[in-house]
Design a binder for this molecule. Structure first.
Ligand code: AMP
Length: 591
């Protein structure tokens, strides 16, 4: 397949922010893509070569790409740099430079998707001291045969700056329309994606064998399952309203979620966002198999830092010391953990997702032989509000965030936030202290002491119906000088030239970001807002919801993807809960 067909689609897609139009371009492209290479096209559209959990990264620095352009176009590096500074878009700058060259040379051959993909794959696999030169040679060879537009997109892909703003949902919609004729089948494709976490694999199956192939998608070891999420509740009463009389309550530990895949000797650990985190937990790899009674399993656990002397749970931040390239071994002995299992997804070739919580917990209790390192998350069956209150008190005293409440007959809904699981934190019970996880979507430059840094961040919620990030507040308090520096650094490679189409905001930020970083915020109240877009038109026509007196808590939620952020729906229920509380208070005062 000619790469020009992909490049043309990318060009059209860059010109729009409307999801319907993006979908249409994708449908047209998918229909003309040979099924054997559709997975490659899907990965390239996302600027990837394989799904994230395989950890294959292109990792080309702009400096090398500029050298390659210079070599291919015979133009000095300085001139390329100037063009880049002027246009602010790496791909466009490259196209422009290479255009001047094509006017004087002949293109030797059509460049194909297969060649682009294979070359990029070879580049990603290159390691070692001499790899930079080889990488440059490969890139130059592609640039020599590509048209300027193609070259621009190839360079954007390899430098990780292709920012189309297409979400997984949009790709799933487009696949459903292209290969099953209707968007109605999106749900089935989504299920396949939820159990495989591999959009390319889903695309390839539906393109080759239609919807039947999708029905056969199964959970498998070393292919992470998209995790199930919980809705929040404020009180035991609300939990009882949602779940009925009897349900399970587990400690909600404040650590890192780890999906443990084990087959014989081989162990791979995935984070909540399905990144391969095996390297950070050599202690789990070393100790876990002796605690597990099966040859092939997928289990879920929370890894929690502990005080070895007292056995007390420590806060999540302690685990972050392990997030480093070198010196992990030292961090492992300095910051010991326990692994606390709470679910089972797969045992000896069989998926457990459709079993009830009760059945899964029973299996888990048989599978895990507890020792000083491997534990089962403490659980009780609760029958009334007092049980919940008491257990919550115990959990908080043990250093936990709160409780997870789980429906006894609920199945494991991969990739979904549903009312089969609820979470109750102590802070939710304090009217003014609700903590929210919000996505950083933009920033405003600071003044005074904050000159040269960001003075305030623009934050958004996640609307899971429209798959967008509407703005909910601007936050400028709660930051230390250190955290401001840290933000400036973290956010510098998330900057986008234009606002990502998934961001909805009535404010014009000084800088827009790719919606990727999630931070924790507390606020005093949720109010109606004519400016912010969260839950727009839901409570009142023409109004959204906003936070009053938002404050950064100091926690950057590294383990959360933007789609795990607080949703519009959650804000609406907090808003309604707050209204109810005010009415209650008025009634009390009146009486
Ligand atoms: P939150 O991050 O507030 O949405 O809460 C969900 C997270 O709580 C999960 O992703 C897990 O990392 C963590 N967690 C702690 N204890 C449990 C438990 N018993 N069951 C499920 N998740 C838990």
């Amino acid at each position: 397949m000619k790469f020009s067909l992909v490049a043309e689609t990318l060009k059209f897609m860059e010109g729009t922010t409307k999801r319907l139009e993006l979908t249409k371009y994708l449908v047209d492209l998918f229909k003309i893509t040979p099924p054997e290479i559709i997975s490659h096209v899907v990965y390239l559209l996302q600027g990837k070569l394989r799904p994230d959990h395989e950890g294959i990264e292109m990792g080309i620095a702009e400096k090398i790409a500029i050298k390659a352009i210079s070599k291919s176009a015979g133009v000095p590096i300085k001139k390329i740099q100037q063009e880049y500074n002027k246009l602010g878009d790496f791909g466009q700058a490259a196209s422009k430079i290479l255009e001047q060259k094509t006017q004087t040379t002949f293109l030797t051959q059509d460049i194909t998707v297969e060649r682009v993909y294979d070359t990029l794959y070879k580049i990603a696999e290159l390691k070692g001291a001499r790899s930079q030169d080889m990488k440059m040679k490969y890139i130059s060879s592609l640039l020599n045969d590509a048209t300027p537009i193609e070259a621009g997109f190839i360079l954007k892909i390899i430098t990780n700056s292709l920012r189309l703003g297409i979400a997984d949902f949009t790709i799933l919609d487009s696949l459903a329309i292209a290969f099953t004729g209707t968007k109605e089948n999106r749900g089935m494709l989504e299920h396949a994606y939820n159990v495989s976490s591999d959009l390319g694999k889903v695309a390839s199956a539906v393109a080759k064998n239609g919807i039947e192939a999708i029905k056969n998608f199964q959970v498998a070891v070393f292919s992470p399952v998209r995790p199930m999420l919980a809705e929040r509740v404020k009180s035991p009463q609300e939990a009882h309203e949602k779940m009925g009389a009897e349900f399970a309550a587990e400690y909600k530990l404040d650590g890192e979620r780890v999906q443990v895949h084990l087959q014989g000797e081989k162990i791979i650990l995935y984070s909540r966002s399905l990144e391969n985190i095996t390297n950070y937990y050599p202690d789990i790899v070393e100790k876990i198999s002796r605690a597990i009674n099966a040859k092939e399993v997928i289990l879920e656990a929370e890894a929690v830092a502990i005080n070895e002397d007292s056995g007390e749970f420590l806060a999540f931040q302690e685990l972050m010391h392990r997030r480093r390239k070198y010196g992990v071994t030292k961090a492992v002995s300095q910051y010991p953990i326990t692994v606390n299992f709470f679910d089972v997804m797969f045992v000896d070739s069989k998926s457990c997702l459709n079993l009830s919580y009760k059945e899964r917990r029973k299996m888990l209790e048989k599978l895990v032989k507890e020792d000083t390192f491997a534990k089962l998350v403490p659980m009780i069956i609760v029958k009334n509000d007092n049980d919940v209150e008491d257990f919550l008190e115990n959990a908080i005293n043990a250093g936990c965030e709160g409780l997870m409440l789980k429906q006894l007959d609920g199945i494991y809904k991969a990739g979904a936030r549903g009312s089969n699981w609820l979470k109750i934190k102590r802070e939710y019970r304090n009217e003014l202290g609700d903590s929210l996880d919000l996505v950083v979507i933009g920033a405003f430059y600071g003044r005074g002491r904050r000159t040269g840094k960001y003075g305030a961040l623009l934050l958004g919620t996640y609307n899971n119906e429209t798959d967008t990030f509407p703005s909910i507040c601007k936050v400028g308090t709660g930051f230390t000088d250190e955290s401001l520096d840290q933000f400036y650094q973290i956010l510098s490679d998330k900057i986008t030239i234009k606002k990502n189409p998934r961001i909805e905001s009535g404010l014009e930020a000084d800088v827009w970001f790719e919606p990727e970083v999630v931070i924790e915020i507390v606020a005093s109240e949720i109010t109606l807002s004519p400016i912010h877009k969260t839950a727009m038109d839901t409570i009142r026509k023409g109004s959204g919801l906003a936070l009053r007196f938002p404050k950064f808590t100091g926690r950057i939620r590294l383990e959360k993807t933007p789609e795990n952020a607080t949703t519009d729906q959650e804000i609406i229920s907090l808003y309604n809960g707050q209204k109810r509380a005010v009415q209650e208070e008025k009634k009390q005062n009146y009486l």
